[in-house]
Structure formats: C-alpha cells, structure tokens
Design a protein around this ligand. Structure first.
Ligand SMILES: Nc1ncnc2c1ncn2[C@@H]1O[C@H](COP(=O)(O)OP(=O)(O)OP(=O)(O)O)[C@@H](O)[C@H]1O
Length: 289
C-alpha cells in the first residue's frame, strides 16, 4: 500500500519540530512505502491530493490543521484514495471526531496500518466540508481570527470575546428538506457533519458522520448568561440538552437572511452572503482510520 503525506509546513504552533524527518522516521519504522509532499501555497494541497490519487496512492494523508484536511479531502472526492490525517492544527476537529491519535508517531503508525470507512460530506453554497460549516457569529469570529496576526486558542478566545460585544443577530428564514419553514434570528446557525468544531468544542454532540444527515444547530440570540451556558455546553458536550440551542437534522437546508452574513467551511471564513444552501452527500469520502 502506497501512502502520500501532504504536509502544510505553515500549520501548527510547534515550529521547532522537523516534521518531514519525523514523518520519514515513523513511516519507515512502520515499513511503509511512502512519499512526503510539502505544500507551497494555500490551496496547493487540493491539487497535490488529486495528483496523488491519480498516481495510485491508496492513502493520502493530510499533515496539518482542519484547513489542510479540508483541502486534501476535497481533492480526494470522487477518487479511489482514502484520506488519512496527521493532526498538526490547534482544533483538529475531524481527527478528534474520528478518534485518530493526536501525536505524530501514533497518527503516522495509524495511517500506515489503517482500517477503511466511508463518511458523509457536507456542502455549503457548493463548497465541501467534512467537519462543520455555518453562518453567523462563528463565521464572523473566523474572519476576524484570520486577520489577527497570531493563531492558537488564546488568540481565538480573545477575538471571540471582543467580537461578542459587537455582533448582532440577523433575521433569517430557514427551510428544512423543502418543507418545514420558519422565521427566526441567526446568532449561530451551524451545520454539523462531525460533532465538534475542534478543540473538543461540541456544537452538535449527537452528530453522526455516517448517518446521511446534517445536524442543524440554531442559537437565535446570546445574552451574557446564555453565552456562559453555551460555552459550558460546548466544553462539556451538553449543548443539545441544555435548552440553549435548537436542533434539527436534515439533508437539505435553505436559508435566506435579511442582511449579509458571513459563512465558514471547516472553521475558515469564506465570504458574506444572503442566500445559503446546505446539503449532504452520504458516504462520499473514504477515510483511513
Ligand atoms: N505552503 C503554504 N503556505 C501558506 N499557506 C498555506 C500553505 N499550505 C497550506 N496553507 C494554508 O494554511 C491554512 C491553515 O492551515 P491549517 O488549517 O492546516 O493549519 P492551522 O491554521 O495551524 O490549523 P488550525 O486551523 O487548526 O489552527 C490552510 O487554509 C491552507 O490553505
């Protein structure tokens, strides 16, 4: 079995590690037939992944955070190669959901001797996501986080607290499965394929990545008390039973908003829009876990 590691050299906070050397050491020890391809620019991982699949690599491993995982997975859609993950980001939502080892040695060993499964793939406004996507405050924070200059959890928390004082909910009309229509306000509207954003922040604790459905989580406003309760719910995995968020499951969701709202794909801000379509393709990606 041939394995291609696609490495984002800019991901992760530990810059002192020689990641290519570590990948080589652990993959050689596991007896793997492998190559390591570093990315040269944002978006490159998708191209490299497609190339690797065309070259016949059975497993193509994203070495990076959820942004790199999204790019590699996107490149593998419709190919016979399976996605592996060596998590190097700060959130690592998909790796955590799939219960992959979070350390390089363990993750490389797993990638070299995996079992294979298929997972669902979500799309928001035509863009594939594997973990979560959404509109509102979380997307707005991703946008501001990208501009922050530094990364990591502490910057994220700082940005989220600052933007909490500024962000206001927007009126939206939501249609589920072409029929159930309701008017509400969007503070956060999350579409969850996996249960968490990353960092064990469980936005949709009951989400099943193989059930053919997106879990839709709606938070229509966020007073200070409610923000604290939502924060606790995210951390403890109890948001779904806390009464602070409303949940639905659906394969197809349309949203019309009264004003432009930002949306994110796997934690990366994309753009603002007023019309949204979220849908799910069941079991559209093979993963090596
Ligand atoms: N060689 C490169 N140079 C610059 N940017 C890159 C390169 N390779 C990939 N990228 C971009 O870096 C972005 C961030 O990568 P990724 O999410 O993997 O790491 P991270 O930001 O450290 O992780 P996390 O999002 O979990 O904090 C990706 O969206 C990707 O497009």
């Amino acid at each position: 079995m041939r394995i291609c590691f696609i490495l984002n050299p800019t991901s992760g906070t530990n810059r002192t590690q020689d990641v290519p050397a570590l990948l080589s050491r652990y993959a050689t020890a596991a007896g793997a037939d492998f190559v390591v391809w570093p990315t040269e620019y944002a978006g490159h991982a998708e191209q490299l992944a497609r190339q690797a699949a065309a070259d016949g690599f059975r497993v193509v491993v994203a070495v990076g955070g959820d942004g790199t995982v999204n790019e590699v997975a996107r490149g593998l859609l419709g190919t016979p190669a399976a996605l592996g993950v060596v998590p190097r980001g700060s959130g690592n939502g998909l790796a955590r959901h799939l219960k992959l080892p979070l350390d390089i040695a363990g993750a490389v060993r797993r990638a070299c001797a995996p079992t294979f499964q298929r997972i669902d793939v979500g799309y928001l406004n035509g863009r594939p996501f594997f973990c979560t996507a959404g509109l509102g405050f979380d997307a707005h924070v991703s946008k501001m986080f990208a501009k922050a200059g530094t990364r990591g959890l502490s910057t994220y928390v700082k940005v989220a607290l600052r933007e909490y004082r500024r962000f206001r909910p927007v009126p939206v009309q939501v249609t589920l499965q072409g029929q159930e229509l309701f008017d509400t306000h969007c503070y956060v509207l999350a579409f969850a394929n996996a249960a968490q954003y990353g960092n064990n922040a469980y936005i949709a604790p009951r989400a099943d990545i193989q059930d053919g459905l997106l879990d839709v989580c709606l938070i229509d406003g966020l007073s200070l008390t409610r923000a604290v309760r939502v924060g606790v719910g995210l951390a403890l995995g109890t948001l779904a039973t806390s009464g602070q968020a409303v949940y639905h499951t659906s394969q197809h969701i349309l949203v019309q908003s009264a004003a432009p709202l930002g949306f994110h794909i796997d934690g990366d801000y994309v753009e603002d829009a007023t019309a949204f379509e979220a849908r799910l393709e069941p079991l559209a990606l093979e993963v090596a876990v």
